[in-house]
Design a protein around this ligand. Structure first.
Ligand code: HEM
Length: 462
């Protein structure tokens, strides 16, 4: 049997960190604070001066917490950390406000149905390939911003019927990177009970750079809609038509803006992160790459064909197991609760961590190894079904889970058909978990144009 490939993850500390080393490690990335037992434990507890937090790393407990959003609502810590970006959007609000917003947002998601979304995915993939073809391919290509370009373009087209330029996508990529850099110390200091007002302005500025890309299009469409003009039939149009289930009122402009911002951000940043890791992993495994390319080229790409690309699907699932873009799900307790002997109080932070649960040896054998074949292993089927939670679980599960996996299959198939992917010696990515999980210094890959692939997109079904 060949040695399993263990892709990079931070070496856990031997024992639990004390306050100061934890602070220093946490400044870089949450996963840098973990220690060996974190990966085996059922319940962890950390008492910081400004925050008590618990990590529920036991499958039945995680299921219980995620299935009861009223008992375990989203934590204020998350709301505060993301407020400049997404305001009071459906992602962070709770209770009736969430229920009603979700009821208004759900119908708009009919536009993410594959038959409608597939042409947008193909058009954005073509634009990305054209951008890559402009690069000097004798040199490694940094792929993180390109994955942001393609995924942001897909979702921009789906929400607003408008394509996004590479320059606009680069602005979003840089601004989100900047946001993450400021949000990390701000959230960390908050957990140490230190006021962090100083960070508000840079966070607002970074968020504004993203809003500058979205707002002009949303504002123009909103004004036109209220003048009674017809517009394209897309997510934005459905959101403008939505009515509150109790009051019958539409979203105000500010509410609409927040919902568009979360669908845009959640709808591309996570997918871009996962695709970046997927291409790196594929580049590291030439035999797998060969198999995936054969699958990608076997038939013309079509919405129907996507459902049958099993090897690509399993590779993306395995990527999401090892590198879940949202590595920690943050909850509060609505009332005093005792869990595995720990007394918790409202305001305490209760974490369910896809990063930890999906790397738990009692659930996934050889948990740190990249093994897409485990998805066809009957003995792991239960863990793959229940303990694989990159999209969350329960009523607050990701609305875009199906869309994200279809989009990933399109982008991976197009990349595999056009380029041979190799990982240069100098590329040794370091996963860094802040708002999302990203490689610290990006990932550069050697992309070589495949000889038979000279005309653009020969494999696309008409
Ligand atoms: C690989 C890609 C993606 C990943 C890993 C991901 C992950 C997640 C996770 C973990 C949550 C739940 C967070 C929690 O329980 O605390 C979530 C919620 C959400 N996601 Fe995604 N997501 C992805 C793609 C998308 C896409 C493509 C869209 C939109 C088209 C989207 C829209 C949303 C929204 C609106 C919510 C909030 C749902 C609610 O609370 O009612 N996501 N996502």
């Amino acid at each position: 049997m060949s040695t399993p490939f263990i892709p990079p993850f931070p070496k856990p500390h031997r024992s639990k960190l004390t306050l100061l080393p934890r602070f220093i490690a946490g400044l870089g990335s949450w996963i840098d604070t973990l220690y060996e037992r974190s990966y085996r434990m059922k319940m962890g507890e950390v008492n910081l001066p400004g925050l008590h937090y618990y990590i529920a790393n036991d499958l039945p407990l995680a299921e219980e917490i995620l299935s009861k959003p009223l008992d375990y609502p989203k934590h204020d810590y998350l709301h505060e950390g993301l407020y400049p970006l997404i305001g009071d959007s459906v992602f962070t609000i709770n209770g009736d406000a969430w229920k009603h917003a979700r009821a208004m947002v759900n119908p708009a998601f009919a536009h993410t149905h594959l038959t409608k979304a597939f042409p947008n995915m193909m058009a954005a993939a073509d634009a990305m390939i054209a951008a890559i073809d402009q690069r000097d391919l004798t040199q490694p290509v940094v792929i993180d911003p390109l994955m942001t370009f393609v995924t942001a373009d897909v979702i921009f087209r789906t929400i607003l019927s408008h394509s996004l330029s590479e320059a606009e996508a680069q602005q979003v990529f840089d601004a989100f990177e900047r946001y993450q850099r400021w949000a990390q110390p701000a959230m960390l200091l908050r957990s140490y009970g230190v006021p962090h007002r100083l960070f508000r302005r840079p966070l607002r500025r970074a968020a504004q750079l993203i809003h500058n890309v979205l707002d002009p299009v949303v504002r123009a469409r909103y004004d036109a809609f209220h003048r009674g003009e017809d517009g394209p039939d897309d997510i934005l149009h459905a959101l403008m038509k939505a009515r509150h289930p109790v009051s019958g009122e539409p979203f105000t402009y500010e509410q609409l803006r927040d919902q568009v911002a979360i669908i845009f951000l959640a709808g591309h940043e996570t997918s871009a992160s996962a695709l970046t890791w997927a291409l790196y992993l594929i580049g590291k495994c030439p035999d797998l790459q060969h198999e995936l390319r054969a699958e990608a080229l076997a038939e013309p790409l079509s919405a129907d064909r996507l459902r049958r690309m099993e090897a690509i699907r399993d590779t993306f699932k395995e990527t999401l197991r090892l590198y879940p873009p949202v590595s920690f799900l943050m909850r509060d307790v609505a009332a005093p609760t005792t869990m595995r002997g720990k007394s918790m109080h409202p305001g305490d932070l209760l974490v369910v961590a896809p990063w930890l649960l999906q790397r738990k040896e009692s659930l996934f054998p050889c948990p740190h190894a990249f093994q897409p074949e485990r998805w066809q292993d009957a003995s792991q089927a239960d863990a793959c079904k229940r303990a694989w939670i990159p999209f969350g679980a329960g009523p607050r599960i990701c609305i875009g889970a199906g869309f994200a996996q279809q989009e990933a299959a399109v982008i991976l198939a197009r990349m595999l058909a056009r380029y041979t992917i190799a990982v240069p010696e100098t590329t040794q990515p370091q996963p860094t978990s802040r708002v999302t999980l990203r490689p610290k210094h990006g990932i550069a890959l050697q992309l070589t144009l495949r000889p038979q692939e000279t005309p653009a997109s020969p494999t696309i079904a008409k």
